[in-house]
Structures are given as structure tokens and as C-alpha cells.
Design a protein around this ligand. Structure first.
Ligand code: PLP
Length: 280
């Protein structure tokens, strides 16, 4: 298949898949999701993404009707069905199908599993990014990877309209994360990134970058940093599963970063090696 949609066991090309209107995701965004890249028909970091999915689901009381191994088997089988060996795998679990009502449906209503798979090459990790910024007006459950993404969409749209690649959220002066990424910096040889509290999504890519820094002897400081510190950082990273970790060269048209390219590229190169090794 060129691309694939899956809904509770039904498989079709994405444009042809029909889903019930009463899936609670339509009314409330009531569900959780994950996305990662596939190379050589192998799913990168599946275990970590499944861990986070079950954690997000648990935090909002959604019972996923499969074990992690069963869900891994479903996903591993589906990625074999798409022709391109390089894919973007997206999946979401929604609270189920029931007439619109804020109150959750009864426990016998089963959660729905949605999957889409599209051919996609990994974005050029060495491309330098331009970013803009926006006050982070989201709720206080940003650690849950829920489908309630309206403010993230507003931020991504702002970036698009400014000709930028990403929008940096900040609460007052404190940088939280990007519209669809985590933001980290290098300063004086230290990798600094927001701690994993309710203000940010605990990014899998961020977690891997921390592991890489530790392996490479780069100190890690999980402490919030300010917009001023971001402007004055030696390097700024935007990280997410679909782009791995890329460096930033401007914020609102002002040049930033670019002052510690060797250390930044070491992290990027180790990340690429990890990605290629695990999807060989
Ligand atoms: N933060 C937000 C709001 C995101 O949407 C994403 C990815 O989609 C990330 C961070 C990065 O997470 P990951 O590295 O797991 O893709």
C-alpha cells in the first residue's frame, strides 16, 4: 500500500477510511497519541513510545484494550504493509464511541485504536531552523500527550505565518517547549533542558539526547531557563521524533546560537548513529 489507515482492525488507504462521528475524539479530543519514524520497516524507539502512551492513557483514565506487546505486534505488522521502507507512524487511542456527553461512557465502551502510516523520509538533521515565540497559554497537563492540541496548532500557525520552522513557548520568561518539540540549549558546555513536569511533554528525543550527553561526558542540567538565556545560549536545539535534534539559528529574525558547533554536532551525529543502528 502507498499509505495506510487502521481503525479497530479495519484497514484502508488513509483517504478512504471512514470513522464513526461519535468517536469521542471528534467532540472532545478525548484521547492520547504517539508518532515516530520508521526506517527499513523498523519502528524507531517503539518501546519508549509505548511506555509513554500507556502512561498518558493512565493519567486520563483510558484503558487501552491491548497489552504493550499486543499493540507492538499490531504496529509492527502494519508497517510491513506500506511499500516505502521510510515512514511516519502515527497512532492514537481514543476513549471510545458514545453519544456526546462530557461524562465518560461506561467501562464496557472499549477504547478505539487509530493508526496512520505515510511514506516519509527523515528530515535533514543538519538544517538550521528559524523560530518565533509565543506565550504558553496551554493548560497544566502538558505532560500528557493528549489530542487537545489547539494552542499548539495556534503556535505552529504563527511560526508558519512568520516563515519560521517552530514556535518556542514561554510562560512569562521561562521557556517551556516548542509547539511540537522540546527546546534545549548548550551553555558553557552544559546541556540545559526544562525538567519533565506538567509544563512540558517528556519528549523521547529529549530523553535520548540526555542519554547521549551523559555517554559523551557532557553535563546535563534539567533546570528551567529563560528567553534571555535562550537568546544568549551557545546552541539551541529543537527536538522531536520526526526531526530528531536540529539546531536553531534565529529567533524572530535575530541570529542566535552557533557558538558551540562541535559539541552540538557531536550530539546530532550520535543521535543519527543511534537511529540508524536501531533501524538497520
Ligand atoms: N513537545 C510537544 C508539545 C510535542 O508535540 C512533541 C512531539 O510531538 C515533543 C515535545 C517531542 O516529543 P518526542 O521527542 O517524543 O517526539
Amino acid at each position: 500500500m502507498k499509505d495506510l489507515a487502521y481503525y479497530n482492525g479495519n484497514i484502508a488507504p488513509i483517504d478512504e477510511m471512514m470513522v464513526p462521528m461519535n468517536d469521542r475524539v471528534c467532540y472532545f479530543g478525548d484521547g492520547v497519541y504517539e508518532a515516530t519514524m520508521v526506517n527499513n520497516h523498523k519502528i524507531f524507539a517503539l518501546k519508549e513510545h509505548l511506555e509513554r502512551l500507556y502512561n498518558s492513557a493512565g493519567l486520563i483514565g483510558i484503558a487501552i484494550p491491548y497489552t504493550k506487546d499486543e499493540l507492538a505486534d499490531i504496529l509492527n505488522n502494519l508497517v510491513q504493509k506500506v511499500d516505502s521502507p521510510e515512514q511516519m507512524l502515527y497512532w492514537q487511542v481514543t476513549r471510545g464511541t458514545a453519544p456526546r456527553n462530557h461524562i465518560y461512557p461506561s467501562k464496557d465502551v472499549k477504547a478505539n485504536l487509530w493508526v496512520t502510516i505515510k511514506p516519509m523520509k527523515l528530515k535533514d538533521p543538519k538544517k538550521m531552523l528559524h523560530v518565533t515565540d509565543m506565550e504558553d497559554t496551554r493548560f497544566l497537563h502538558c505532560n500528557i500527550k493528549t489530542l487537545n492540541l489547539l494552542v499548539n496548532c495556534m503556535a505552529a500557525q504563527k511560526a508558519e505565518e512568520q516563515g519560521c520552522d517552530e514556535c518556542v513557548f514561554h510562560r512569562g520568561e521561562i521557556v517551556t517547549e516548542g509547539a511540537h518539540s522540546n527546546i534545549s540549549i548548550l551553555k558553557d558546555g552544559v546541556f540545559i533542558t526544562h525538567p519533565t513536569d506538567h509544563y512540558i511533554l517528556p519528549g523521547i528525543t529529549r530523553m535520548h539526547m540526555i542519554q547521549i550527553c551523559k555517554e559523551q561526558g557532557i553535563p546535563v542540567d534539567e533546570t528551567p531557563f529563560t528567553m534571555k538565556e535562550l537568546m544568549e545560549a551557545d546552541e539551541i536545539f529543537v527536538s522531536s521524533a520526526t526531526q530528531l535534534c536540529r539546531r536553531v539559528e534565529s529567533l524572530n529574525g535575530i541570529s542566535i546560537g552557533g557558538k558551540d558547533p562541535e559539541r552540538a554536532e557531536l550530539i546530532q551525529d550520535c543521535y543519527m548513529e543511534k537511529f540508524l543502528n536501531e533501524t538497520r
